[in-house]
Structure formats: C-alpha cells, structure tokens
Design a protein around this ligand. Structure first.
Ligand SMILES: *[C@@H]1O[C@H](CO)[C@@H](O)[C@H](O)[C@H]1NC(C)=O
Ligand SMILES: *[C@@H]1O[C@H](CO)[C@@H](O)[C@H](O)[C@H]1NC(C)=O
Ligand SMILES: *[C@@H]1O[C@H](CO)[C@@H](O)[C@H](O)[C@H]1NC(C)=O
Ligand SMILES: *[C@@H]1O[C@H](CO)[C@@H](O)[C@H](O)[C@H]1NC(C)=O
Ligand SMILES: *[C@@H]1O[C@H](CO)[C@@H](O)[C@H](O)[C@H]1NC(C)=O
Ligand SMILES: *[C@@H]1O[C@H](CO)[C@@H](O)[C@H](O)[C@H]1NC(C)=O
Ligand SMILES: *[C@@H]1O[C@H](CO)[C@@H](O)[C@H](O)[C@H]1NC(C)=O
Ligand SMILES: *[C@@H]1O[C@H](CO)[C@@H](O)[C@H](O)[C@H]1NC(C)=O
Length: 442
C-alpha cells in the first residue's frame, strides 16, 4: 500500500485513482448491488462469508443465459435460484446487465437497454440496494426505512434452502411453491410442482400437471405420517409452521451448520430429494428421496385398494372389496380400483330391514399403513367419539385415531393406501357384517 501511494504521487493523480478503483472492483468481491454500479455479464456478487454467488450463467448445451445463485465453494456448479427462468437472454447478447432502476426495482437489461426481467416493487424508493446474503437470499433493501421490499426467498425455483418457506398451494399468489426445471440444462418451469395442501393438518404434495403424484401424509406435529421415520431421518430437519387464515402453513428446513450444504430439491423428473452433506462431526449425510418405490406413486392401485411393495403384483383390493373390472385388474391395469362386495347395513332399505337378519356394520383394523388421502379432521374427538361419529354417518368409510392429530374420518373414496413393512398407522375400515369375517362362526 505504501509503495502504491508513492507511485500515485509520481503520476497523474486522477489516472492512478481510476486504476486503483478499477483494480479494487476486480479484486474485491462485493455482496451489494447499488444504483450507480450495474453488474455486467462477467461480474458476480458474493455473499460476505463466501457461501453463495450470484451472476449470469449459461447452462451446458444451451444458447440461453440466466441470472442465478449458486454455492460459491462447490466445484460442480449447483444453481439454487434463477431469476429469468421464463425470459432467457441469448448468449450472443453480450452487453446485458443487472441494475437497480430508479423506481427501486431490479432489472435485467439487454444490450439495447430493454428490460428482459424485473421485480415488481411498487412505490417510490430513493435508497434501495440489493444484497446477496449468506443464507442465499437476494434482497432489495430500502436503506431509508430499513425494510425489505423484495426477496428471492419468496420465489423458490427447484430448491428450498434453510430460511425459505414452502407454502400452501392456492394461498400464495405464486409465491413459496417449488417447480421443477424442464431438464438439467433448462430452468424453464417443468411439469412438477411441490407445495402444501390447504387441508388441516396439511400434507406435502408433488403435483404433475396439477394432478397429485406423491403425498407425504398429514403432519402430526413432528413428522409426516405417510413417511415412516426410520426411512427418512428427516424429522429433525423439517419444521411445519402452523397455518394462519390468509396464507396457510409453511414448511421450512433447519439450518444445522452454515458451512453445510442442505437443500430440498425437485428434479426435472419429479423426484423430490432432501440432501444434507455432513462432515462426520455429528451431522450425518442424509439423502432421502420420493417417489422411491412403486407404491410411492399416488393412487397407483386405484380406489379401495392397497399397495405393498414387497408383493407381486403390488396391488390388492381392500378386504370386502373386489376389482371394478376383473379382466383389467388381472392384466395389471389398476386405474379403476375396487368396489364394495356387499352392501353396508346402513345403506339397506329400512322397510325391508325388519325381515332380514343382517347385523350392523363392523370396523376392520388395517395395521401399519399409509392412511388414505382426503381425510376429514376432528381435533377434539377422542377415539370412542371418533368411532361413534363414523358409525353414525353412513357416508363414513373409515376412521383413524393418530397421536398428535386425533380423529380423522374418510367420507370420499379411499385413495392412495400403502401397506408399510414398518411404522405406519392403523385404519379402521367400515365393512358389512358379512365382509368383516366375523360371521363365519355363525
Ligand atoms: C450436453 O450434450 C452432450 C452431448 O450431447 C451430453 O453428453 C451432455 O450430457 C450434455 N450435458 C448436459 C448437462 O445435458
Ligand atoms: C459482443 O458481440 C459482438 C457481436 O456478436 C462482437 O462483435 C463483440 O466483439 C462482442 N463483445 C465482447 C466484449 O465480447
Ligand atoms: C429522492 O432523492 C431526490 C434527490 O436526492 C430528492 O429530490 C427526492 O425528494 C427524493 N424522493 C423521495 C421520495 O425521498
Ligand atoms: C438487507 O436485508 C437483509 C435481509 O433482512 C439483511 O440481512 C441485510 O443485512 C440488509 N442489508 C442492508 C445493507 O441493510
Ligand atoms: C458425506 O458425503 C460427503 C460427499 O459425498 C463425503 O465426502 C463425506 O465423507 C460424507 N460424510 C459422512 C459423515 O458420511
Ligand atoms: C387402464 O384402463 C383405463 C380405463 O379403465 C384406460 O383408460 C387406460 O388406458 C388403461 N391403461 C393401460 C396402461 O392400459
Ligand atoms: C324399500 O323396500 C320396500 C319394500 O320392499 C319397497 O317398496 C321400496 O320401494 C324400497 N325403497 C327403496 C328406496 O328401495
Ligand atoms: C355425514 O357427514 C357428511 C360430511 O361431514 C355430512 O355432509 C352429512 O350430512 C352427514 N350425514 C349425516 C346423516 O349425518
């Protein structure tokens, strides 16, 4: 520094100062974008502890360029967020910049100063800056008020990082849902979306073109009951924040150690995985993914059927039910599912009942299963009240009483049931006396 100053005195002061500024700009990474210094294609922002980097990138085999965020210290570039997923810039466009416009918004401009992508902060803000944090969040801060006007964490792409929220579908105005890339080298939104369902308690869903492709089962206060814990090792890593009436619930993943890579990631093929890289210091490597087995796929056996990965074929009708179409079922087409074998007592014609000798419906317990979709929820009922409610309503097809959730009943068709080899819950299935197996001794 001393010699630098000596030279500075010896030459044209302005030139030296200029060179000094230019070289500082090149050597020192910054985490802040300000109004007077747009970021060019070759520049990047680096978070203060060198965890994340933001800049323009060009995926392999692609002629498109995107603005993205990646882990700074991982050799293989892992993009965790992309700004202009639907508005790429051509790689031949070499004068693009990222700027903060006078209205306070971030803008990607092409060489003709045309806006390719921008945020939509409304209002008049004089002192806005954008900053890349060590959590991987890119924020627009209003330095006059100290408030955050916009943040990339509200718009996850295919990755959920600690600090980001996974929200409820339908309640978030397009925020807080994850969506897959079209392919590994195309960040355009693909067919898969991940978010929470709006019911109580919520479930995580993977949707393919808006149809369910996997679900986690409802949250019991510590875990999702459709993911047996031994498999997952995820429950210490995942939190569900209770829903509020406007926005519903949020799922977050915990930050165990900032130097560790941890993210939930939705692949282009719809596989959803949780990745934690441990370093042997008490934090283990976790890599969990779904769908991982045939029975993970939503409703693979159709209605009133149960899926068992260890069986061949994997699908069986529930007790008391027979295939809707024997022919298709035997050929392995399970889409139509199963139908009830014999009418329930509660469905029978009351006037003709007196003459018949049938007995009231029974409940059959199915052990260790992934409970069906479309539950109705009675948080205040105990197990007896739950059973009585179900028995008293002919539309009630089954009930379950689960620690941490309490009473759940099923009115609609029973869909997406799996027999687990360990863990799982008990389902009490309503059957006619004849189908319950209790009449064989008569
Ligand atoms: C790019 O294309 C080459 C040759 O077609 C292929 O081997 C490679 O896997 C592709 N890379 C990506 C990331 O798709
Ligand atoms: C930008 O692209 C134009 C035309 O494609 C080319 O003539 C020019 O040299 C490029 N400039 C830089 C800095 O790469
Ligand atoms: C923004 O800054 C300009 C110049 O410093 C000033 O004239 C103007 O009043 C400011 N506007 C607001 C909304 O603070
Ligand atoms: C901008 O907001 C983020 C998120 O709250 C914060 O971490 C950061 O310190 C803020 N930066 C400035 C310069 O105010
Ligand atoms: C976790 O995975 C990383 C990368 O694959 C590996 O280097 C490390 O040894 C693993 N740590 C443990 C505790 O298994
Ligand atoms: C299975 O049956 C349904 C109608 O029940 C039909 O639409 C579908 O194409 C069949 N699937 C296969 C793989 O044959
Ligand atoms: C019920 O049974 C009575 C006597 O068998 C018959 O007249 C009546 O039509 C039946 N009602 C229905 C809804 O099936
Ligand atoms: C049975 O429960 C459903 C759903 O809660 C309700 O709509 C229906 O009225 C109930 N039926 C009777 C007979 O209570």
């Amino acid at each position: 520094m001393g010699t630098g100053r000596t030279t500075a005195v010896n030459c044209h002061c302005m030139t030296c100062l200029y060179i000094l500024i230019i070289s500082l700009r090149h050597c020192m990474s910054t985490d802040i974008l300000s109004k007077d210094s747009p970021m060019s294609l070759t520049q990047t922002l680096v978070s203060s502890n060198q965890v994340y980097e933001l800049g323009f990138f060009n995926p392999a085999n692609s002629t498109n360029r995107y603005l993205g965020i990646w882990f700074k210290n991982i050799a293989e570039k892992t993009i965790i967020w992309v700004a202009n997923r639907e508005n790429p810039i051509s790689i031949s466009e070499n004068r693009s910049t990222l700027t903060i416009a006078n209205d306070g918004n971030l803008r990607i401009l092409d060489g003709n100063q045309k806006t390719v992508w921008s945020t939509n902060v409304r209002g008049q803000f004089n002192g806005t800056i954008a900053q890349l944090t060590d959590m991987g969040d890119f924020c627009i801060n209003d330095t006059t008020s100290g408030s955050i006007l916009w943040e990339s964490f509200d718009y996850p792409g295919n990755s959920l990082l600690p600090g980001m929220k996974l929200g409820t579908k339908g309640n978030t105005q397009g925020k807080h849902l994850m969506s897959s890339w079209k392919s590994d080298d195309d960040p355009t939104p693909g067919s898969f979306v991940v978010g929470l369902s709006a019911e109580q308690p919520p479930q995580v869903f993977i949707w393919i073109n808006s149809k369910p492709n996997w679900r986690s089962g409802p949250w019991d206060g510590g875990k999702f009951i459709g993911i047996p814990e031994q498999d997952a090792g995820y429950s210490e890593l995942v939190n569900l924040m209770p829903g509020n009436s406007q926005e519903g619930a949020y799922l977050t993943i915990n930050l165990l150690k900032s130097s560790h890579i941890q993210r939930l990631y939705l692949q282009p093929d719809g596989v959803f995985r949780l990745k934690y890289w441990g370093d042997g210091s008490g934090i283990r490597n976790v890599s969990w993914e779904v769908p991982a087995s045939p029975c993970d796929v939503y409703g693979v056996c159709g209605a009133y059927a149960i899926c068992t990965n260890e069986k061949s074929p994997i699908c069986d009708c529930l007790r008391g039910f027979v295939p809707h179409s024997k022919d298709k079922w035997s050929k392995g087409n399970w889409t139509r599912g199963c139908v009830r074998r014999s009418e329930l007592f509660c469905e029978k014609n009351v006037t003709s009942l007196a003459s018949s000798k049938t007995k009231p419906d029974q409940f059959q317990m199915l052990k260790g299963i992934k409970l069906p979709d479309h539950h109705h929820y009675f948080p205040y009922m105990d197990t007896d009240e739950c059973q009585q409610w179900c028995l008293g309503n002919c539309s009630c097809k089954a009930y379950a009483y689960v620690q941490g959730i309490y009473c759940m009943v099923w009115i609609e068709e029973l869909m997406d049931i799996e027999q687990f080899s360990y863990g799982g819950e008990n389902l009490f299935l309503r059957l006619s006396y004849a189908d319950s197996g209790k009449c064989k001794f008569l």
